[in-house]
Write a protein that binds this ligand. Structure first.
Ligand SMILES: Cc1cc2nc3c(=O)[nH]c(=O)nc-3n(C[C@H](O)[C@H](O)[C@H](O)COP(=O)(O)OP(=O)(O)OC[C@H]3O[C@@H](n4cnc5c(N)ncnc54)[C@H](O)[C@@H]3O)c2cc1C
Length: 218
């Protein structure tokens, strides 16, 4: 099925014309975002923690230190809510009321499980590395057993999701279009600057292609 069902949990209520439930809209947002925010409730306390993520099909992987509270919580089959947000521009309207942002955002729901089997754990770490920079996994030293043991990987099964997307010019009240006030969009983008060599880099090692030309590689 290419779309998530609309339910009380994922149905966008405000400006629902901007909503999408298709994987074809939601997943490119998740894949383009470098980080996500993972929300969960522990002992009645809501927490939202920024994390690196990577998607493989309908699974979202998170990783970190074994001691991480989020990862401990995430492997206990408790509900998680994960958001990814891409900011595309500031929308300046003629009235302050109609100022807005152009954005693409996704909200995912699912429960997590600990990835215990080594083949899946390695696969998840590869997907996470490749999400940051495609080609990085094959360039680096692979994790040692000690490093693997110190790392927890949580797989979140994406059960439900929605996207919301705003694009285009401001939408002012008809009578305000005659006002002599600048209105329009200030586009924003995330871009990488020139790579900086580590001061202890072995002499002669060149910056890889993925750190020169491409920022987002999904
Ligand atoms: C862009 C980005 C990407 C990250 N990616 C990862 C990742 O892939 N894996 C990973 O394990 N960690 C990642 N982190 C760090 C992550 O946000 C947590 O800090 C980390 O998981 C430590 O969790 P903890 O269990 O020690 O703290 P917790 O027990 O989760 O938090 C304890 C308290 O510390 C404070 N706190 C925790 N984290 C932050 C924070 N980031 N900023 C401000 N206050 C905080 C909060 O008040 C929180 O209640 C990332 C952080 C950022 C900003």
């Amino acid at each position: 099925m290419s779309s998530f069902s609309k339910t009380a949990r994922n149905r966008v209520k405000r400006l629902s014309k901007r909503a999408a439930y298709d994987r074809a809209v939601i997943y490119p947002i998740v894949d383009e975002a470098l980080i996500c925010h993972v929300g969960f409730v522990q002992d009645g306390q809501p927490l939202v923690i920024p994390m690196i993520h990577a998607r493989d099909g309908d699974t979202l992987y998170l990783h970190g230190a074994k001691a991480s509270r989020l990862l401990k919580h995430g492997q206990s089959d408790q509900p998680l809510c994960i958001t990814a947000t891409l900011l595309d521009g500031i929308v300046f309207a003629r009235s302050i009321f109609h100022h807005s942002m152009n954005y693409r955002s996704a909200v995912l729901f699912g429960c997590g499980r600990l990835v215990a089997a080594e083949p899946e754990k390695l696969r998840a770490l590869e997907v996470l590395a490749e999400h940051i920079a495609r080609g990085r996994w094959r360039d680096v030293r692979q994790p040692s057993r000690k490093e693997l043991n110190a790392t927890s990987v949580v797989a979140v099964s994406i059960e439900s999701a929605s996207a919301k997307v705003r694009s285009g010019p401001p939408l002012d009240d008809e009578e305000d279009y005659a006002l002599p006030i600048w209105a329009g969009v200030l586009p924003l983008e995330q871009r990488a600057l020139k790579a900086i060599d580590d001061p202890r880099l072995v002499e002669g090692v060149a910056v890889p292609e993925y750190a020169i030309h491409l920022f987002r590689l999904s």
